[in-house]
Design a protein around this ligand. Sequence first.
Ligand SMILES: Nc1ncnc2c1ncn2[C@@H]1O[C@H](COP(=O)(O)OP(=O)(O)OP(=O)(O)O)[C@@H](O)[C@H]1O
Ligand SMILES: [Mg+2]
Length: 320
Amino acid sequence: MNEETKKTSSKASSDRDPSPVVLEAAGVRKTYRLGRVPVRVLEDASIEVRRGEWVAILGASGSGKSTLLHLLGGLDRPDRGTARNAIRYEGRDVSRFDNAELNHYRNRSVGFVFQFYHLLPELSVLENAMLPCLVPNRWIVATLPLLAALVGGGVGATIGYVAGQGVLPDADVATDPKMAVIAAVFGVLGAAIGVVLLQIGQVIGERIRLQSGPEAAASRATLEEFGLGHRLRHKPSQLSGGERQRTAIARALASEPGILLADEPTGNLDAATGREILDLLKKRHLAGLTIVMVTHDPNVAEYADRVVRLEDGRAVETGD
Ligand SMILES: Nc1ncnc2c1ncn2[C@@H]1O[C@H](COP(=O)(O)OP(=O)(O)OP(=O)(O)O)[C@@H](O)[C@H]1O
Ligand SMILES: [Mg+2]
């Protein structure tokens, strides 16, 4: 954004009611342990991100930028036991989310672009981009096999009774132990077959979803927007650095999160490729995406509405 437009747009936004704070680090402290030695990386770091903003976090190497972004993305937790010290999303403490809420937060509310791509090498570009959409519901994962076993077991036991009556026409169905044994054996077989059929069905379903489900269509559209339509079947090892980064950003945007957290999205790229990626982000930002972007490069930070500098474990607002 050039200076003039930036000043005009920030003046225009200051004339309106400010957007609500959507994501916040409040007095965050983070200490790593190196063996027995505590390494304090963040000390009372605070940052507020309003909906629709593009905030750059600028700081020297090792100042804790990635650490802060990981905390904001719910990928790690601040130290316990200090009074303030919380990451809040829409006013709620992310550390208090249960597993399902945390999964939803990480996969749907925010999109994360890692400093070193983190693409899965065995998956194609399209499959990588779809990953956040493919996180299965844990209740379904837990209950479906049980249901399949119960249904399969019931069907098996019924077949066992019918077959038993054929083999032992004179047996008393209610009291003959042989009938119970036959029904039990068929029941166990039925349960096993039910679970196996479920697994096969899930694999086929997943394949269909990967090829032609709504998630595939959305991810394909994003990849095409990012100029990767001709690389959908490539593996990450067959891509250039810029293509990998664009795949990583497409993945972060696949589930249409409101906030993008990007860690040095252009850090490993040449200047021209870097600008292409920043222009793509700018387009999304103008369409409403909130962006928190870590960088050590003041030229890259120029794209943001606001710059926060990390120094001595604290975040310092530097204005735009
Ligand atoms: N898992 C860890 N265990 C111990 N120390 C760590 C760990 N992760 C990071 N650190 C240390 O925390 C400090 C901050 O790391 P971080 O990755 O957040 O820095 P950064 O600002 O992102 O740096 P860069 O610009 O080089 O990416 C560094 O000194 C690093 O060595
Ligand atoms: Mg980093």
